[in-house]
Design a protein around this ligand. Structure first.
Ligand code: PMP
Length: 447
């Protein structure tokens, strides 16, 4: 009897069926050139064809401490064998409170409550609902509108999609939430291109919020939601003083400010949350991804005490939040979350990120005079290299650059003609050079 072929050989032979419809993937293209991974450790994936691939994306902006962290793996194993599931509706298990307490401990001052979800999308929709519920609990039920921003990515729920600002994501799925307005992208290449970190110019873009409020009646707006650093929309760090101005306009009008920190949470900017690195305190913080180092799906909303207190002091029906998910606070996710926080602390990973971010910045900007480079942006261990689009073929240079990097053993993410970078925070200087050199050699070969 012959042994069954291994998954690796079946993957190589393209013999794994065709039942899986992949998210955000052109299926025909995928079938002709499938990218498949079988294992991962530290900074590297092992591809189905047996190559070691340097992970320039921390999976999908989530594996902050690198892959296969033994302590996290062990914690998940242990939890799975002990308590497979318990609901968090009207009951729970101790690790939910322990993790919530640890998260409150690393959050900015005053975020004393945590609501658990299973993803960033759910965290965003939860935050939007909590914002409306907060106003209602205070007898201000007329505050229902939201303001998002161009290029914002807030997940795939109808709430997140509505406040999001990437047109292609919304086009086929309307109608979306009514009464949502959007700020414009606080970016202008002429004055802000090739900035290192936060651009010096551009704070004035925040003043647009005041104009939007005058059109939309500020007393009807529940919340403004922004990513402190626009991530999936193209890695745009906020101009200096921009978030501060948004904050003060929101406060002046009694509007809640939500920071979507699904990407920036858990160290990407050298502090637990971007709110701390950027020194602006929102009212709600959404997070996910790095919460468990990507090992188990989990997200959450960090909530300032005054919001929770308003629910508790509100009418009796406000005391119970009529919202939640079967897997909110899942035992495996909590175990992974607690272990991830241990690992982050033990490695002093956030502090380390703040230091190595300078090397990262210099390395990325060394690409400036290479061919086809239109812009470079960076902050913390985030970066984007924007390629000039080839005439009549938008996205072709991005795809070709990512493919060439992959052929050279480096995984980067092409989004149109943007090469998006978000490596695990354990990256070293040599690996930074490897990522940047693979982009350099790709663009030099490109027409
Ligand atoms: N918000 C932001 C800022 C994100 O980057 C993402 C995912 N990239 C989400 C929300 C949605 O998270 P998820 O894919 O876990 O639903």
């Amino acid at each position: 009897m012959t042994a069954a072929p291994s998954l690796a050989s079946r993957a190589m032979a393209n013999d794994i069926g065709d039942a899986h419809w992949l998210p955000f993937t052109a299926m025909r293209q995928f079938r002709s050139n499938p990218m498949m991974f079988l294992a991962a450790e530290g900074m590297h994936y092992t591809s189905a064809d047996g190559r070691r691939i340097l992970d320039g994306m921390a999976g999908l902006w989530c594996v902050n401490a690198g892959h296969g962290q033994p302590r996290i793996v062990e914690a998940i194993r242990e939890a799975a064998g002990r308590l497979d599931f318990v609901s968090s509706f009207k009951m729970t298990h101790p690790a939910t409170f322990e993790l919530a307490g640890r998260l409150a401990g690393i959050a900015p001052e005053g975020f004393g409550r945590v609501f658990f979800t299973n993803s960033g999308s759910e965290a965003v929709d939860s935050a939007l609902k909590i914002a409306r519920g907060y106003h209602r609990a205070r007898g201000d039920a007329g505050r229902t509108k939201f303001i998002g921003r161009a290029k914002g990515y807030h997940g795939m729920g109808f709430g997140g999609l509505s406040v999001g600002g990437i047109g292609r994501h919304k086009r086929d799925f309307g109608p979306l939430l009514p009464d949502v307005a959007h700020l414009s992208l606080p970016y202008d290449r002429a004055s802000m291109g090739f900035s290192r970190g936060q651009p010096d110019a551009g704070a004035h873009y925040a003043d647009e919020l005041e104009s939007l409020l005058q059109i939309n009646d500020p007393a009807t707006v529940a919340a403004v939601i922004v990513e402190p650093v626009i991530g999936s929309g193209g890695v745009y760090p906020p101009p200096k003083e921009y978030l501060e101005r948004l904050r003060s306009i929101c406060s002046r009008h009694g509007i809640l400010l939500i920071f979507d920190e699904v990407i920036t949470g858990f160290g990407r900017l050298g502090t637990a949350f971007a709110a701390q690195a950027l020194r602006v305190t929102p009212d709600l913080i959404t997070c996910a991804k790095g919460m468990t180092n990507g090992a188990v799906p989990m997200g959450g909303v960090l909530i300032r005490d005054f919001i929770f207190d308003a629910f508790m002091a509100g009418p009796p029906e406000a005391i119970e939040l009529f919202h939640g998910y079967t897997y909110s606070g899942h035992p495996l996710a909590c175990a992974a979350g607690l272990a991830a926080l241990d690992v982050y602390e033990e490695l002093r990973l956030f502090e380390r990120t703040a230091v190595i971010a300078t090397t990262w910045q210099e390395a990325l900007h060394s690409l400036r005079d290479e061919p086809h480079i239109a812009d470079i942006r960076n902050i913390g261990l985030l970066g984007v290299v924007e390629l000039a689009a080839r005439k009549g073929e938008p996205g072709a240079r991005g795809a070709s650059c990512a493919q060439s990097c992959y052929d050279n053993g480096v995984l980067v993410r092409a989004s149109g003609d943007l090469i998006v970078l978000s490596p695990p925070l354990i990256i070293d200087e040599e690996q930074i050079a490897q990522i940047v050199d693979s982009i350099r050699s790709a663009v030099r070969q490109m027409n």
